[in-house]
Design a protein around this ligand. Structure first.
Ligand SMILES: [Fe+2]
Length: 148
């Protein structure tokens, strides 16, 4: 993968990560304390994801930029308007789906990087793999909570 393509892929991932941050940043609005605490931590994890991707892009000499204009990124990408998800269970289902998609997207990206023999790309794969794992963990929590 050449640098231009790699930076482009990373900016797509960055855009999705900003969307994820948008899902959890209103954590204070939930009545349920466990949801508030969990979403607060998920928000922090998403901030960490954004921070790591930003750093990788800058270290490659690129400029972090969103591929979709701000606002409701998830809505634009998935055709879902989060504000109209009235019931918490419906919302958990949507979020669980989005984190599953995130995990799948990262898995694909990681395996592409792993096929590359360039040592630098192996290093980036390890960073992406950490985000991939956390997306999986969030997906599992959301899915479990929605079924309980
Ligand atoms: Fe994320």
């Amino acid at each position: 993968m050449d640098d231009k393509k790699l930076i482009g892929e990373l900016n797509k991932i960055l855009t999705l990560e900003h969307g994820h941050l948008g899902m959890y940043k209103n954590y204070l609005e939930y009545e349920d304390q466990e949801i508030r605490r969990t979403f607060r931590r998920f928000m922090e994890i998403e901030e960490e994801h954004i921070g790591k991707i930003n750093t990788v892009i800058r270290n490659l000499g690129g400029k972090p930029s969103l591929t979709v204009d701000g606002g409701d990124i998830i809505g634009k990408l998935f055709g879902i308007t989060l504000n109209t998800v009235a019931d918490i269970n419906g919302q958990l289902k949507v979020y669980s789906f989005i984190e599953k998609k995130s995990h799948e997207g990262y898995a694909k990206f990681v395996s592409q990087l792993e096929q590359d023999t360039q040592e630098r790309n192996q290093f980036i794969a390890e960073i992406a793999a950490a985000n991939m794992l956390e997306a999986q963990l969030m997906h599992l929590w959301l899915d479990n909570r929605r079924r309980s």
